[in-house]
Design a protein around this ligand. Structure first.
Ligand code: AR6
Length: 334
């Protein structure tokens, strides 16, 4: 994580081993960052690009940097945003992967990226930044030989988004789109399997996930049952989720989960702070939740957060299964 730097500025001024260009398929220059790179590199660049036979969307090709301070330019063609149904996300991720692969093949150690596709090509900036950070971070895990990645943001908005997503804090986003719901459903499957199989067994976990945490079930809870779902991002990675429901003086905390690798990192506390903030804003005086009696790690965690065990409830969830045995409550000081 220390290898990623976020700066605001003009990429043509950077002296990393390579800078990445947000090009078009002809590779023969254009507006935006592409125009700036061609102007700064001089006319030899367009001649070198002319020999490359263009490039597919999601691909990358390399040339020298000519008059640029950077030794190389990696030209990558981002997708034009068309609403998200045309593989734009995969293609954008592919730009980062293909650029980094070229860097590896050419023994390059430091690479600067612009915010590909977020200018003329219209990709939503928040989503593009999430993809860029996630993809690069994942690549770095498998390629420690890369020493430095610079995300060079030209506009203030991208600079803020990148800093926000790259911060060590939990980023909490209310689930609204079908994509958000899919992320939650995927998280549910991972978390329930890693956490609950030892407690309630695989059969019940499969039943719970397919009955209560499928995309349809979550969409229904949001639309018809007044549940609010939130995705917890940490370093741009979907890392957990929260579901709450407001009932008069009580805020019912229906779900509050982190994936295994993010537990015990203090993020739970940040999540709770957010839940407390929501409860106060809604005028609730307590937060309640129910928990399985064998789920001792969660009971302990909630006790540490100040929740008191109020004893038995029986939460029959159908098909002969019982999920939660205890109700716990946290009184909120006003
Ligand atoms: N340094 C760093 N970033 C810059 C610079 C710069 N000098 N100038 C602009 N940006 P765009 P795209 C940022 O439009 O969306 C070209 O015509 C800009 O603020 O350059 O992938 C190509 O030929 C934005 O955040 O690229 C293609 O036809 C980001 O760079 C098309 O545009 C990308 O914006 C590609 O569109």
């Amino acid at each position: 994580m220390g290898k990623i730097e976020i700066i605001r500025g003009d990429i043509t001024k950077l002296s990393t081993d390579a800078i990445v260009n947000a090009a078009n398929r002809s590779l023969l220059g254009g507006g935006g960052v592409d125009g700036a790179i061609h102007r700064a590199a001089g006319s030899e660049l367009v001649r070198a690009c002319g020999l490359l036979n263009g490039c597919n969307t999601g691909g990358a090709k390399i040339t020298p940097g000519f008059k640029l301070p950077a030794r190389y330019v990696i030209h990558s063609v981002g997708p034009v945003w068309q609403g998200g149904m045309y593989h734009e996300k995969e293609l954008l991720a592919s730009c980062y992967i293909q650029s980094l692969r070229l860097a590896i093949v050419n023994n390059l150690r430091s690479i600067a990226f612009p915010n590909i596709s977020t200018g003329i090509y219209g990709f939503p900036k928040h989503e593009a930044a999430t993809i860029a950070l996630e993809t690069v971070r994942d690549f770095l895990v498998h390629h420690p030989e890369i020493e430095r990645i610079v995300f060079c943001c030209f506009d203030e908005e991208n600079f803020e988004i990148y800093n926000y997503l790259n911060s060590d804090h939990l980023v909490i986003v209310k689930a609204q789109s079908q994509d958000d719901i899919l992320i939650i459903s995927d998280l549910a499957s991972v978390i329930w399997n890693e956490h609950y199989v030892p407690i309630i067994g695989k059969e019940q976990v499969d039943y719970m996930v397919s009955t209560f945490q499928s995309r349809e079930a979550i969409a229904n809870q949001i639309q018809n049952e007044n549940y609010w779902y939130y995705i917890l991002y940490h370093l741009a990675m979907p890392s957990g989720y929260i579901a709450i429901k407001h009932n008069g003086n009580e805020l019912f905390l229906s779900k509050f989960y982190l994936i295994k690798q993010k537990r015990g990192t203090g993020l739970g506390k940040e999540g709770l702070k957010f839940i407390l903030g929501r409860a106060r804003a809604l005028g609730a005086t307590s937060i309640t939740l129910t928990v399985n009696k064998n789920n001792s790690s969660s009971i302990k965690a909630y006790e540490k957060m100040g929740f008191k065990n109020e004893g038995a409830v029986i939460a029959d969830i159908g098909s002969g299964y019982v999920m939660d045995d205890y109700r716990m409550r946290l009184e909120i000081e006003s």
